[in-house]
Design a protein around this ligand. Structure first.
Ligand code: ARG
Length: 480
């Protein structure tokens, strides 16, 4: 196939080069955005008198037909035409001749590809944000259905203090809220239109960039033409927010893997979200959680890869930047596919409340409470109380019992100021209720936090910036 840019060349590119620099094998995914952008562009060209309104109309119709034909698999995209932009333009020219040759007036592939990827990022950020909302609702429902379930809280993965399972759910709710807000914030910056920057320096035609931006639902234009075609920070921001989201998913998966281990026995994964072993008949493996933990590395890799690709590039466009797409697409695919299985895995996992409560009642998780008792009821300095309770714990370990199983006489032998009222402070319920500081695990605090979380989700109004109107999001204040 003759190259659309072939005028100044005397020889064909080597077949190996055709293959090497072609991006159609992956950037074909940009076709709907490319056509959407081209339609807005020709409409503007027509309105500005750069082409006639009839030509604009005819080009839009031809582009619509190409869109339908690609969707129905009626056209073949070719490696020889390099990328999705030139494939579509070549098909257009093949079908409409000189009319099609006007499409690329006042435009470069450099602002075109920046536009397409921004449109792609904008749409997919919103898909991911919607999935995060679904996940947050799942977490709140899980918390609500298990409001009275206690479990051990850990530090260093060693039993630390009792917590409510719902408190743990809410911890992740807030992490995912920040992930959502990071994406909303990234969306705001991505939602500017680069078209009209031309190759790098602007164009010589009387174009109307604001009109194109408005037609495509952007909140404005990228102000500087060099910047518009040469930065990919909106992709890096997306991959960065996606990496943090994956890190959160991965940590939760790590906990699920532990909880599903029979030594913990805190949860049972639904059969639909676990797998068996080819040799060991008894096994029920948390493969889904492991795979999400594993796939987290891919998204980090995409982020690192693109950061490295970009770091030495002089302004403006460089072909290196074609490497942005596989990173972006793989990042989006990975995040969405992980969320699609993570959410129902959480939804369907069975909470073994007895195993969780049992684990919260052993392992001296009430030792801090005994020290706090000595401070609050007996006036000891905390460090002294800590030391006495440490001795009591050592004694109880030797005897093989819990702290609350020691007799008052045994306790007094080490801490003579203790009275019989100490025991009510040592129950799991007592430990939980006492942690009533703001954001703590006391049941009343958790119930109120759960209510606030539901309200936060309900009050949100999020307008899709790609489909008309840019509204301010009530919960995070960002515009899209
Ligand atoms: N396929 C190219 C890319 O993704 C499109 C832009 C090409 N521009 C150019 N001047 N060669 O980066």
């Amino acid at each position: 196939m003759a190259k659309l840019w072939g005028g100044r060349f005397k020889k064909q590119t080597a077949p190996a080069v055709d293959h090497f620099h072609s991006s159609i094998s992956f950037d074909w995914r940009l076709y709907p955005y490319d056509i959407q952008g081209s339609k807005a562009h020709v409409r503007m060209l027509g309105r500005q008198g750069i082409i006639t309104p009839e030509e604009a109309q005819a080009l839009e119709e031809a582009l619509d037909e190409i869109l339908a034909d690609i969707e129905e698999g009626r056209v073949e995209l070719s490696e020889g035409a390099e990328d999705i932009h030139m494939n579509i333009e070549a098909i257009l020219i093949e079908r409409t001749g000189d009319l099609g040759r006007k499409l690329h007036t006042a435009r470069s592939r450099n602002d075109q590809v920046a536009l397409d990827t921004r449109l792609y990022v904008r749409e997919h950020i919103q898909l991911i944000m919607a999935e995060i909302r679904r996940l947050q609702q799942t977490l709140l429902a899980k918390a609500e259905a298990n409001l009275d379930v206690s479990m051990p809280g850990y530090t260093h993965l060693q039993p630390a203090q009792p917590i409510l399972f719902a408190h743990h759910c809410l911890a992740y709710f807030h992490m995912f809220q920040r992930d959502w807000e990071r994406l909303a914030d990234c969306l705001e910056r991505a939602n500017l239109c680069p078209l009209g920057a031309g190759a790098l320096a602007g164009v010589t035609y009387p174009i109307d960039r604001e009109m194109v931006a408005g037609e495509l639902g952007f909140r404005g234009i990228v102000p500087n033409s060099l910047d518009a075609v040469s930065d990919r920070d909106y992709i890096l921001e997306f991959l960065s927010a996606g990496s943090i989201l994956m890190m959160h998913l991965s940590r939760y998966c790590e906990e699920i893997i532990l909880w599903a281990n029979p030594s913990f026995g805190f949860i049972e994964l639904d059969d639909a979200y676990s797998t068996g072993s080819s040799i060991m008949p008894q096994k029920k493996n948390p493969d889904v959680a492991e795979l999400i933990r594993g796939k987290t590395g891919r998204v980090y890799g995409s982020l690192m890869g693109l950061l490295t690709t970009m770091k030495g590039l002089p302004l403006a466009y460089n072909k290196d930047m074609q490497e942005d797409k596989e990173a972006l697409f793989d990042g989006v695919d990975t995040v969405l596919s992980c969320l699609a299985v993570f959410i129902p895995m959480i939804e369907t996992m069975k909470i073994n409340r007895d195993a969780m409560a049992e684990a919260a009642s052993i392992g001296y998780l009430n030792a801090t409470d005994m020290a706090d008792y000595l401070v609050q009821k007996k006036g000891l300095p905390f460090r002294s109380a800590h030391s006495l309770v440490g001795q009591l714990v050592a004694y109880a370990i030797d005897k093989g019992v819990n702290l609350e199983e020691l007799s008052l006489a045994e306790i007094r032998a080490i801490a003579p100021m203790v009275d019989g009222d100490v025991y009510e402070h040592l129950t799991v319920e007592g430990c939980l209720a006492a942690r009533s500081s703001a954001g703590g695990t006391a049941p009343r605090e958790v119930a109120a936090a759960l209510q606030r979380a539901w309200t936060m989700l309900e009050e949100e109004t999020w307008e899709n910036p790609g489909r008309g109107g840019v509204d301010r999001c009530k919960s995070c204040g960002s515009t899209g």
